[in-house]
Write a protein that binds this ligand. Structure first.
Ligand code: NAP
Length: 250
């Protein structure tokens, strides 16, 4: 099973960043590509550039999504739509932001899997690529976003068990910092956004991430690229923090 054995791909979160780059790559590789997002103007530009098929859809609308995705019956699902609302603080978060992050990053991704797998099982082939994050694997002080990507990690891991023997491959992509519009959509406060967004390092690009996805799709049929982690050379993760609790201070 290499990319040439697939005909149709469905990419969520295709109006910018990683999703947009994946659409461009897959169209170039000769696939029929369905691009999904909410912003009509950005999808229109992508359609003009690539000749992909576009669908304006909020992936949190489960019924619309299920109807559309099951009617497309793609060979490839790129489960990429995601937001980082409340990425800077759970304690100070608006409840709506918590909901938006979980509904977009987790609930919608699971429903998308449910919508496309029956036809993949019937065809005996398919590839689900879930875009997670290093935040789903390592400690970062972004607990809700990390929880959402941690869910994507175990969705991917456990799907491979559920789907063994069906011919469906499941790949989890875990990028570190990618230069996209992600932080602009995630954080309203200019100062906090600037602090979190402007790292001063050379970040990885959407094209870098898209190339890793194409690599996984292009593997021979007996190879399931289970997880790809890509980090900027100048960024690393984890660590231990020490600080006094209030009652420990004399
Ligand atoms: N940038 C990073 O540093 C980084 C690192 C690790 C992982 N990631 C993950 O990579 C994925 C893509 O993010 P990105 O960095 O490329 O950011 P981005 O440029 O902001 O792209 C996010 C995409 O998701 C779409 N989206 C958001 N909510 C949606 C909804 N309810 N329905 C449909 N589409 C929705 C957006 O389109 P509309 O707004 O037009 O709907 C947009 O196309 C996300 O899952 C993100 O968590 C990013």
């Amino acid at each position: 099973m290499t990319i040439s054995d697939y005909q149709t791909a469905l990419v969520t979160g295709a109006s910018s960043g990683i999703g947009e780059a994946v659409v461009e790559d897959l169209v170039k590789r000769g696939l029929t590509v369905h691009a999904i997002a909410r912003r009509a103007d950005r999808l229109e530009e992508l359609k003009e550039k690539t000749r992909c098929t576009t669908h304006i859809l909020d992936v949190r609308d489960t019924k619309e999504m299920n109807d559309l995705f099951s009617s497309i019956a793609p060979d490839i699902l790129i489960n990429n739509a995601g937001v980082g609302r409340a990425i800077d603080s759970t304690v100070n978060a608006n409840p709506e932001d918590l909901d938006q992050t979980i509904e977009t990053n987790v609930t919608a991704a699971i429903h998308a899997v449910r919508a496309v797998t029956p036809s993949m099982i019937k065809n005996g082939k398919g590839h689900i690529v879930n875009v997670g994050s290093v935040a789903g694997l390592y400690p970062l002080s972004s607990s809700v976003y990390g929880a959402s990507k941690g869910a994507i990690h175990f969705l991917s891991t456990n799907l491979r068990l559920e789907l063994v023997g069906t011919g469906i491959r499941v790949t989890e992509i875990c990028p570190g910092r990618v230069r996209t519009e992600f932080y602009d959509a995630a954080i309203d406060d200019q100062d906090i956004r600037h602090k979190l967004k402007e790292t001063g390092i050379t970040e990885i690009t959407s094209a870098d991430v898209a190339a890793s996805i194409t690599y996984a799709l292009d593997a021979p049929w007996h190879v399931n690229v289970a997880r790809v982690e890509l980090q900027p050379l100048e960024q690393t993760y984890g660590g231990v923090n020490f600080d006094h609790a209030p009652q420990g201070k004399e």
